[in-house]
Design a protein around this ligand. Structure first.
Ligand code: EPU
Length: 304
């Protein structure tokens, strides 16, 4: 049974029944019954406050590039639609969470600021990247993050510098009802040609080792400490394992790809089969790196 939503919440721009296939890069999932898209920080604050006052569970969606949705979602979903701005001050760049992550890395390269080259192939929104402390090629966001601005679960606005314990491998404390609004990266002046060459090198590496031409959600499982999930899946002989249109990529085993008409159920089954096979072959329990939203028919989920 779904609860009626409070009037304050309905003041925030929203759409009904949007298919998750249009909101995620993997392109599966059911309907997002309530998609709230605030265009200002104040509207985002109204959303969070209204939910907090009513004790309503809700979730945050970014660029949908690290998300597997396994069904319909009836809890309200927040997807920031803030203007995509970038401001330079000295050697720092401040951008809104809605800004495209790759576009921000490209903006930094264009103006000759070095430090975000690692980010140039990681899709999604800046907010999503900070929230999961995205990284590649041995670098991660927390290394360049100077300040960030977010809403607390009560809807209060906080701006601060990162502190120990707030970010670690593919994890940050910016979950559980916290919403990142903007972030400032501390970069260094560099030679634009050199920066562009590093960007091209990282892109080239990704392009040859990852199935970027197919719909995917990036790496599906976290690397277990000291090991590579891709290698464990590969050496368990699972490349090319296919259920319907969902397949363990023959190019990189930690990517599951959608050949076109895959369903959420097929991805759920494929993930479970991979986990079971790796546990049996290597005795390792693979933990999802992607966020998973499960079918939520009664709106009782507390996930974000
Ligand atoms: N490998 C295999 N078979 C495979 C895939 C990989 O044997 O099918 C081996 C490779 O040969 C290599 C090792 O596993 O020796 C590691 O592979 P790779 O260099 O591709 O890196 P990864 O650990 O699989 C990580 C991140 C990626 C990021 C790359 C490049 C995680 C879970 N994955 O992948 O991030 O792009 O490094 O820095 O941390 C993501 O977060 O979504 C993501 C794709």
């Amino acid at each position: 049974m779904t609860r009626p939503l409070p009037d304050a919440l309905l003041q925030v721009p929203h759409r009904r029944d949007v298919p998750f296939s249009k909101l995620t890069t993997l392109g599966v999932g059911g309907l997002c019954h309530w998609l709230f898209e605030p265009t200002t920080e104040a509207e985002a604050q109204t959303f969070v406050r209204a939910c907090a006052q009513e004790g309503l569970p809700w979730r945050v969606l970014g660029g949908g590039s690290n998300l597997v949705v396994l069904g319909d979602v009836t809890t309200p979903v927040l997807r920031l639609a803030l203007p995509k701005t970038v401001q330079r001050e000295g050697n720092t760049l401040c951008a809104t969470a809605s800004h495209g992550h790759i576009a921000l890395a490209e903006a930094a390269a264009t103006i000759g600021l070095s430090g975000l080259e690692f980010a140039s192939g990681i899709p999604g929104s800046l907010g999503g990247a900070i929230r999961m402390n995205a990284g590649a090629y041995g670098r991660e966001w927390v290394e360049v993050l100077a300040r960030y601005r977010f809403l607390t679960p009560e809807g209060d606005l906080v701006e601060k510098a990162p502190e120990p314990g707030e970010f670690r491998y593919r994890w940050s404390f910016l979950t559980g009802g916290r919403v990142i609004l903007s972030a400032t990266a501390a970069l260094a002046e560099g030679d634009p040609a050199g920066i562009r060459a590093r960007v091209a090198e990282f892109r080239g590496k990704r392009g040859t080792s990852q199935p970027l031409s197919k719909r995917n959600a990036g790496c599906i499982f976290k690397n277990p400490p000291g090991q590579s999930a891709g290698r464990l899946i590969d050496q368990a002989g699972l490349k090319g394992l296919r259920i319907g249109d969902a397949e363990v990529s023959p190019e990189h085993a930690n990517f599951l790809v959608n050949h076109g008409k895959a369903t959420a159920a097929e991805f759920a089954e494929l993930m479970a089969r991979v986990q079971a096979a790796v546990a049996e072959r290597w005795g390792v329990a693979l933990e999802p790196e992607v966020e998973i939203w499960r079918d939520d028919p009664d709106g009782s989920s507390s996930g974000h």
